[in-house]
Design a protein around this ligand. Structure first.
Ligand SMILES: Nc1ncnc2c1ncn2[C@@H]1O[C@H](COP(=O)(O)OP(=O)(O)OP(=O)(O)O)[C@@H](O)[C@H]1O
Ligand SMILES: [Mg+2]
Length: 286
């Protein structure tokens, strides 16, 4: 099997890869109202086997104005692994992801090694900022995100099935005709997860996907994570819930402007390491 490497230069997005992403980062979405429907858990579908890429961050720095946001960040994400990125607020986690997606300039070397032809990267953003008054249904949103044809023409046949399945997997099938603005924060988060499933990615980048989810939503997410791991998808996952990281990740990188540790959850999530990671303000790191 041939291996293709994509090296990302300053401001470059992953050449040759299909990158699906939002350009809007957002204010925090509200806490979810309870949504008891977790029926997809009992009928999870298995995903086709893929081989995700390897990600290599080598001395990646990001300097905006006079501020160093990322300082010589070096670590590797193994193919098919669930790799968590943890650290304090403002530590540079989202910025690192935006650098990976080509939305921010960087210094250093950032490369993706694909096992074959460059594949699809999906991105689930930290939150979604949009006008709650917009007359946009869940279906409209999914159509706008997933298909090329304009959303006002409705769902193309090709995508209607895939979109239906994705919404089913996150337990939102019965809310397809709801306005996005009428959804709870947790329901919106589920829709964001659903759009990340189409087309099926080889690399999935998740920025705090659990932050607004309720209990049922968290169970849906955990099931999805299990499916992605079983399918061989590489998952880079920013998460504040350290208990979930300890349970579900294969590897954990602690980031506070620079990499403070990169190890298995058992080795990484020790009280000493977490204290060092979370007790230092990014600005005070010399
Ligand atoms: N476009 C920008 N211009 C200037 N500074 C920025 C920009 N984007 C982010 N920053 C700064 O970079 C630092 C890192 O922000 P980032 O959003 O990457 O942190 P984070 O680790 O994702 O935090 P959180 O856990 O709160 O989401 C912050 O100090 C932030 O203010
Ligand atoms: Mg962030």
């Amino acid at each position: 099997m041939t291996s293709k490497e994509t090296i990302l230069a300053d401001t470059e997005s992953p050449v040759g890869a299909t990158v699906r992403r939002f350009d809007l980062l957002a204010k925090a979405v509200g806490q979810s109202a309870s949504s008891p429907d977790d029926s997809p858990l009992s009928r999870a579908s298995s995903l086709p086997q893929v081989l995700g890429p390897t990600l290599d961050f080598a001395d990646v720095s990001l300097i905006l104005g006079r501020t160093t946001i990322l300082d010589k960040v070096t670590f590797q994400v193994r193919p098919g692994s669930v790799h968590a990125l943890v650290g304090p607020n403002g530590g540079g986690k989202s910025s690192l992801i935006k650098t990976l997606l080509g939305q921010m300039p960087h210094q250093g070397r950032l490369s993706l090694q694909w096992p074959g032809e460059p594949g699809t990267i999906s991105y689930v953003p930290q939150a979604l900022e949009f006008d709650r008054g917009l007359p946009m249904t869940v279906d409209d949103f999914m159509a706008a995100m997933c298909q090329r044809r304009p959303a006002f023409l409705g769902l193309s046949k090709n995508y209607a099935t895939a979109i239906g399945e994705a919404l089913e997997r996150v337990g939102m099938q019965d809310k397809r005709k709801r306005r996005m603005g009428a959804l709870s924060g947790g329901e919106r988060q589920r829709v964001l997860l659903a759009q990340g499933l189409i087309p099926p990615p080889q690399l999935l980048v998740l920025d705090e996907p659990m932050s607004a989810l309720d209990e049922a939503g968290i169970r849906v997410f955990e099931r999805l994570l299990g499916d992605w791991r079983a399918a061989g998808i590489t998952v880079l996952w920013i998460e504040h819930d350290l208990e979930a990281v300890g349970r579900l990740a294969d590897q954990v990188t602690g980031l506070n402007r620079r990499v403070l540790f990169d190890a298995t959850p058992q080795q990484a999530l020790t009280p000493e390491r977490l204290l060092t990671l979370f007790s230092t303000h990014p600005r005070s790191l010399a």
